[in-house]
Design a protein around this ligand. Structure first.
Ligand SMILES: Nc1nc2c(ncn2[C@@H]2O[C@H](COP(=O)(O)OP(=O)(O)OP(=O)(O)O)[C@@H](O)[C@H]2O)c(=O)[nH]1
Ligand SMILES: [Mg+2]
Length: 206
């Protein structure tokens, strides 16, 4: 029977297969406020075609949604982003991007389940939203690094000023990144993995 309009289901592509050398798979979440570049980061770094759940922002959402930047941004994540990257031959990260609009934040709990660590993306034009984001990670005990996604018209504060403003302890890494660039997003994930490794080493020696 012909199902009119249904998509053709194709088999996995060669690049969808896990490298046969892969030994460990880790779940990482990419969090942050509305429009900070979470979907962009998952998309730039993923080696498989990322799964996105973006919906067009409607007029109805304006005023209900955080409407910052809605003149230029036309789509928003309503459930999650998903991607995958092999950081080394042996280590594979599964990336889950959260929705940024506060009305979808109830989904975060499920997304945090089993996550080894998180990247908090921040936009220095709207630092205040990061307090809630960081608070939620702290509540759930998910270790994180902070990545400043540099937008062209965003103020460039020294990292130490941002650390003080966000009230972050010395050991939490803060990096600058451009979520649109694969190398930059990959470096951010490397920083997170190094941080998680150092935490594991510290607790092993206690
Ligand atoms: N200049 C610049 N623009 C960026 C960067 N990252 C993302 N953008 C742009 O910012 C907009 C928002 O990016 P998204 O990836 O949709 O942000 P998001 O955090 O997933 O948004 P929500 O899911 O709605 O919370 C897009 O138009 C991107 O092209 C960046 O590093 N620099
Ligand atoms: Mg998104």
């Amino acid at each position: 029977m012909d199902f009119k309009g249904s998509d053709t289901v194709t088999g996995p592509r060669a690049e969808d297969h896990l490298p046969h050398t892969a030994r460990a798979a880790v779940k990482i979440v990419i969090v942050g406020g509305f429009g900070v570049g979470k979907t962009t980061m998952v998309g730039s770094v993923s080696e498989i075609r990322p799964l996105t759940t973006e919906e067009t922002m409607t007029q109805a959402g304006i005023g209900v949604d955080d409407d910052y930047g809605s003149e230029t941004k036309t789509a928003t994540t309503v459930a999650m982003d998903f991607g995958r990257i092999s950081l080394t031959d042996q280590l594979v990260l599964y990336l889950f991007g959260t929705p940024g609009q506060e009305r979808f934040w109830f989904l975060w709990n499920g997304l945090f389940e089993g996550a080894l660590g998180a990247v908090v993306l921040i936009d220095t034009r709207r630092l205040e939203v990061s307090f809630d984001v960081i608070g939620r990670l702290e509540e759930r005990g998910v270790p994180f690094v902070v990545a400043i996604n540099d937008f062209p018209d965003a103020p460039r504060y020294p990292v130490e000023d941002l650390r003080a403003a966000l009230d972050l302890p010395e050991e939490i890494p803060i990096v600058r990144c451009d979520a649109r660039r694969r190398a930059s997003s990959r470096d951010t994930l490397m920083t997170l993995m190094r941080f998680l490794h150092s935490l594991a080493m510290t607790s092993a020696h206690r």
